[in-house]
Every structure is written in C-alpha cells, then in structure tokens.
Design a protein around this ligand. Structure first.
Ligand SMILES: *Cc1c(COP(=O)(O)O)cnc(C)c1O
Length: 305
C-alpha cells in the first residue's frame, strides 16, 4: 500500500483499558486511545492529534497540486514537528514561522533535518498571525505555500478530529471522550463526531477562562451549528501553558509505573491527572465509559544532548 493510501485508509490506533481497582469499585471503565502510536515509525512526531489535524490538509494539498506547506508555532511546537515530518514523508517543502528569537533545540533541529525552512519572527509580529494583511504579506513572500494556522486548527483539521471521535465509538460504547485543549481544535472536531448521549470533555492546559469560548468560536466558524454535548474544565493547568507542578511530574512517573504508558507534562499528563482527580470527586456517574485521548506530544520530552 502506498503512503497516501495508508493515510486515507489507516488502521484505527489501539484503544486499551486501564485496570485500576479504585475505578472498578466505582463501576467505571477507563480507556486510553493510543493516538501516540498512529505512526508506524518510532518517535515520529507526525502522530497524535497532529496526525488527525494534518490528514485532510495533506490530502487537500495533494489534490490541489500544492508543493509547499507553511505554518506557525513556538520553538517546541508539536505541530511544527509533525508538519516537518509529514512534509518529508509525503514530499512537500515545509516552512515554519517560529515565535521569538532564534534558538536551537531538539524540536527545531529535527524539523530542519526533515527539511523545514525555519523563519523566526518577533513576538509582537507573531501575535498578528491571524490578521488578513499579515497573512497576505506572508502569501506574497511564499506564493506557492498553503498556509495552515497555528496548531493546525482549520476546517480540515476538525474533519480529521471528527473522524477520530467516530473511530473511538466503533471501538467502545464510550460515554465520555476526553482531550487536552491547547487551541481547542481537537475537541471542537470530536464534538461533531459524537453519537447520542456521548459527551466530550476538554481539559484546558492554559491559564485563564477563555477555552470554552475558543471551542465555541471554532464550532461556529467551521460548522455553523451549536452543540450542547461538551464541557471544558479550566482548573487543571498546573500554573499555565508548559508550566509544571511536582504533583504533575510525580503523576507521570506513577502512571508510567502502573500502566507503562509515557505521558508528557504539557498536554497528556494534565489531561490524565485531571480525569484521575475528577473520578476521585465522583464527577462521572457509575457505569461511565471514559476514553482519554493520548494525543502524542512525546517528541517534546526527548532530552537535549
Ligand atoms: C497540540 C496538542 C494538543 C492540543 O490540541 P488542540 O487541538 O490545539 O487543542 C493536545 N495534545 C498534544 C500532545 C498536542 O500536541
């Protein structure tokens, strides 16, 4: 099977049940959707929710005869890493517009190795990344490029995440599907793919109470429909984006010890920690079948050498 066919007709990523006595006593079933295992290549940053979000963007670019993909991100961005890797594998040139002064780290070194051209822009300019005139200038500078927003969140990304929710529901009769929220695009996409009575639960990894509104904006902008089958909880950011607490780091170790599944502190650990807390607080009714999305992101914890 060629690469494009594999992208179109990929096998579902594994869904694994976690065995925890305290959860079984509450008559809960808890599963992990292993989207971190989506790529057959080990340590491939083109995995997780970034795979879901890029899938239909790649197919669109191929259909349109586009040869260059351009997007935005911070210096550790999983999206930038995924885009660079996908570009190498699927034969696109890639351009990464990176926030802040030029730095060197594992993510950017790997992106360059994958063939990505990196352009660093100051933070004030970066903040204009959604403005029409900024995007028009960028398009004029890179006339062949297909511009994908920060975090990959656009209509085609939501389509891939909708498919993810549908895929999960073929594997288990879930009552709750839970995801970490950065831009909220993954949650917004999954919300569209839920069957009757199934809820989406988002855990914001950023400080502030804007994530619910962000998800609502994506839904309005890309689907023009309203949904009431979802919720975002804001109290689990551990100090803010990319901030960590000792409790979070201890949780990562304990979780790995019990389940042999690696989490990273920016997204997945905050989600899994939150669900663990919510179960303790009896947030989920007895009989619930809870799916936690392992959205990948492990490229971000490869140690610097
Ligand atoms: C980007 C990312 C998220 C957040 O996804 P959004 O669609 O931006 O909300 C969650 N988990 C991981 C591992 C990510 O890389």
């Amino acid at each position: 099977m060629n690469l494009w066919t594999k992208l179109k007709q990929h096998k579902p990523s594994p869904l694994v049940e976690l065995e925890v006595d305290a959860w079984q006593e509450k008559e809960l079933k808890v599963y992990v959707k292993r989207d971190d295992l989506l790529s057959p290549l080990p340590h491939d940053p083109f995995c997780g929710n970034k795979w879901r979000k890029l899938k239909y963007n790649l197919l669109y670019a191929q259909a349109q005869g586009i040869d260059t993909l351009l997007s935005f991100g911070g210096a550790y961005s999983n999206h930038i890493a995924a885009l660079a890797s996908a570009g190498r594998q699927f034969g696109f040139k890639t351009i990464g517009i990176i926030r802040g002064e030029e730095v060197e780290n594992h993510t950017l070194r790997q992106a360059r190795k994958d063939g990505m051209l990196l352009s660093f822009i100051d933070r004030a300019t970066y903040r204009r990344k959604k403005e029409a005139n900024f995007l028009a200038d960028l398009q004029a500078t890179y006339p062949n490029a297909y511009i994908i927003p920060e975090g990959g969140t656009n209509a085609l990304a939501l389509e891939g995440c909708k498919e993810l929710a549908e895929e999960i529901q073929t594997q288990v009769a879930a009552t709750h599907i839970c995801s970490a929220c950065g831009t909220g695009g993954t949650l917004a996409g999954m919300i569209q793919g839920l069957g009757q009575g199934v809820k989406a639960l988002g855990i914001s990894v950023l400080k502030g109470d804007f994530m619910r509104a962000e998800v609502e904006t994506h839904l309005e902008q890309f689907t023009k429909k309203t949904y009431n089958n979802w919720e975002v909880l804001e109290g689990y950011h551990h100090g803010g984006y990319a901030k960590k607490t000792q409790a979070l780091l201890d949780f990562i170790d304990a979780f790995y010890g019990q389940h042999a599944i690696q989490l990273e502190p920016i997204y997945t650990a905050k989600l899994f920690y939150a669900i663990d807390q919510l179960i303790k607080e009896d947030y989920f009714p007895r009989g619930s079948k809870i799916v936690m999305l392992h959205s990948g992101g492990l490229q971000g914890i490869i140690p610097e050498v």
